[in-house]
Design a protein around this ligand. Structure first.
Ligand SMILES: [Zn+2]
Length: 463
C-alpha cells in the first residue's frame, strides 16, 4: 500500500467542515436536555439518529446502549486496521445543558452563524467536539477507504447531569470502552490560537461548619461581651482559613516549576478576568503573588462560602443567637485528597476556639475527586505532532478549576491508558450559559488535528 499523505486527508476534512454545520444544526435541534425528565425522549431520539449516522459513516456495530433508569449511550467501532494497530476510544457527550431562564440573542436550539462563531446550545459543549471526530473519520474513509487505527466511539447522554451512570455503563459494556488510548473530547482550549490538553481538575468537597454556644438565644444587652457570640466567632474562624487576599491559605500545594512556566502562556490576564468575571469598575483580580492566575485557578485549593444561617434581613432581634453555621465549598487541588484538605481545614477551625464553643464539621454528599495527570509518553508526543500539524503549535497542558465527574471517572478506571483530553471549547464559548458558541477556526483546526492524531497514534502505539 502506498504511504498515505495525511496532510491531504486533513485538507479533505477541512473542505468538509462547512457542510458539517448543517448536521450540527440538525443534532442541536433535538434539544437533548438531560436534566429535564420530559426531554428524555429527545435524548433517546438523538441517540438513535446518531447510531444510524455512525453506521452511514462506515463504522460497524453502531448501537444505542441502555440501562434501567439511565439515559442512553451510543457506541460504534471500526476494527479493521492491520494487526498490531492500536484501538483508540473517542468519548463525547450528546446531551446539553438547559436554557431555562437564560436570555439568548439567538434561538438556543437552532444553529446560528454570526461572524467566526456558531451559536446554539451544545454547539461547542459537546456536539462540535465529537462531530470534529466524525468529520475527521469521514475524510479518512473518503480518501483512503480506511482509518489508520482501530477506533471506538462512545457518546454519553448524561454528562451534563454529572455522568451518574457512566460507571455502570463501563461495567455493563466493557467492550465498548476496551482500548489502548482514549481521546476525551469535551475540554477547553486556552485561546482560539492556543490549543489545550487538559491534565488536571480540581475536586470538590462541601462542608458544613456549625458553631454553638447556648441552648437558646439570649438578650444581647444583658449578655453581650460576656457570652460568646456564635455569629462573630464563626466569622473569625472562617477568616482564619484565608490570607490577606481572601484566598484559602491552608493545604496549599507546591507548584511544579515547569508547569508554572507553561502556564504563563495561558491567556488568563487581568483584562480577561475583568470581563470574563464581569468585575465592576475599580475592582482588580487578586495579585498573582509569584504564581500565575492559571496556577491559582487550576492548582491550588480554594474556599467559597455557599450559605450561612446568619439571621436574614427582616428577622432582626436584639439577641445573641445560640448558634451559627455556614456551608463551604472546598475546591480540592489536583493530587490532593478530600481527607487531606478536610483535615487541614478542620484543624484550623477547631484550634483555640474563643469561649470553647463547640465547632461541628460535617462533610456534605456529592464530593468529587481531583485528578492530576502527567501527559507524557508516546501518545502525547503523537498528540503534540498532530496539533503542530493542524494548529502550528503543540497544545498547552492546562488545568481546570472545576470538576468534571466523567474525567475523574476515566482517570480512576483507566489510569494506565493515555488519556488525551481535547475539545473545541474556547474562552468565549460560554458553555452552560446564554449564547453558547463554537469558534469556526477552533473547530476546523480540531478536525484537522484529529485527522493527524489517528495517524500519529497508530504509529506511536503500534504493537
Ligand atoms: Zn461538556
Amino acid at each position: 500500500m502506498a504511504p498515505v499523505d495525511v496532510s491531504r486527508v486533513a485538507e479533505v476534512a477541512e473542505r468538509a467542515v462547512e457542510d458539517s454545520f448543517t448536521r450540527l444544526g440538525r443534532y442541536l435541534a433535538f434539544a437533548p436536555i438531560s436534566s429535564d425528565p420530559e426531554s428524555a425522549p429527545k435524548v433517546l431520539a438523538l441517540a438513535e439518529a446518531l447510531s444510524k449516522d455512525l453506521t452511514t459513516l462506515g463504522l460497524s456495530r453502531a448501537r444505542v446502549l441502555t440501562l434501567p433508569n439511565a439515559l442512553p449511550c451510543v457506541a460504534a467501532e471500526w476494527m479493521n486496521a492491520p494487526p498490531g494497530a492500536p484501538t483508540v476510544l473517542i468519548y463525547g457527550h450528546f446531551d446539553v445543558q438547559p436554557v431555562k431562564n437564560e436570555v439568548w440573542s439567538t434561538e438556543p436550539h437552532s444553529l446560528v452563524r454570526k461572524g467566526d462563531r456558531l451559536y446554539g446550545r451544545g454547539s461547542a459543549d459537546d456536539m462540535g467536539g465529537w462531530l470534529s471526530h466524525i468529520v475527521a473519520m469521514e475524510a479518512w474513509f473518503a480518501e483512503t477507504g480506511a482509518l489508520p487505527c482501530n477506533i471506538k466511539v462512545l457518546l454519553e447522554g448524561e454528562e451534563e447531569i454529572g455522568s451518574p451512570n457512566l460507571e455502570r455503563f463501563m461495567d455493563a459494556f466493557p467492550d465498548a470502552f476496551d482500548s489502548d488510548a482514549m481521546v476525551l473530547t469535551d475540554c477547553e482550549n486556552p485561546g482560539i490560537d492556543i490549543p489545550g490538553i487538559t491534565v488536571s481538575l480540581r475536586g470538590l468537597l462541601e462542608v458544613e461548619v456549625a458553631v454553638t454556644s447556648a441552648e437558646s438565644d439570649v438578650h444581647s444587652g444583658i449578655w453581650g461581651n460576656v457570652v460568646p457570640d456564635p455569629a462573630t466567632t464563626l466569622i473569625a474562624l472562617l477568616a482564619r482559613l484565608v490570607d490577606q487576599d481572601g484566598r484559602l491559605k491552608v493545604a496549599r500545594r507546591e507548584i511544579d516549576a515547569e508547569w508554572l512556566e507553561g502556564s504563563r502562556d495561558v491567556p488568563l490576564t487581568a483584562d480577561v478576568i475583568r470581563s470574563g468575571a464581569r468585575l465592576v469598575e475599580g475592582v482588580s483580580p487578586l495579585p498573582e503573588r509569584g504564581l500565575t492566575h492559571a496556577a491559582w485557578v487550576a492548582r491550588q485549593p480554594a474556599v467559597t462560602v455557599l450559605s450561612t444561617t446568619f439571621p436574614a434581613p427582616g428577622s432582626e432581634k436584639n439577641a445573641i443567637r445560640k448558634s451559627a453555621s455556614a456551608k463551604l465549598s472546598l475546591r480540592i487541588a489536583p493530587g490532593q485528597t478530600s481527607d487531606e484538605l478536610f483535615d487541614a481545614v478542620a484543624a484550623e477551625l477547631r484550634r483555640d476556639v474563643p469561649g470553647g464553643l463547640a465547632v461541628a464539621l460535617t462533610k456534605l454528599p456529592g464530593a468529587a475527586s481531583s485528578w492530576d495527570y502527567v501527559a507524557k509518553g508516546p501518545a502525547f508526543d503523537a498528540a503534540d505532532r498532530a496539533y503542530e500539524a493542524a494548529w502550528g503549535r503543540a497544545p498547552l497542558r492546562v488545568g481546570l478549576g472545576g470538576s468534571i465527574p466523567f474525567v475523574a471517572l476515566f482517570g480512576r478506571r483507566f489510569s494506565q491508558l493515555p488519556l488525551v483530553l481535547n475539545g473545541v471549547i474556547d474562552p468565549e464559548t460560554g458553555a452552560h450559559g446564554p449564547d453558547e458558541s463554537m469558534h469556526i477556526g477552533v473547530y476546523t483546526k480540531t478536525v484537522k488535528a484529529n485527522v493527524h492524531l489517528y495517524a500519529e497514534l497508530a504509529r506511536a502505539l503500534a504493537k
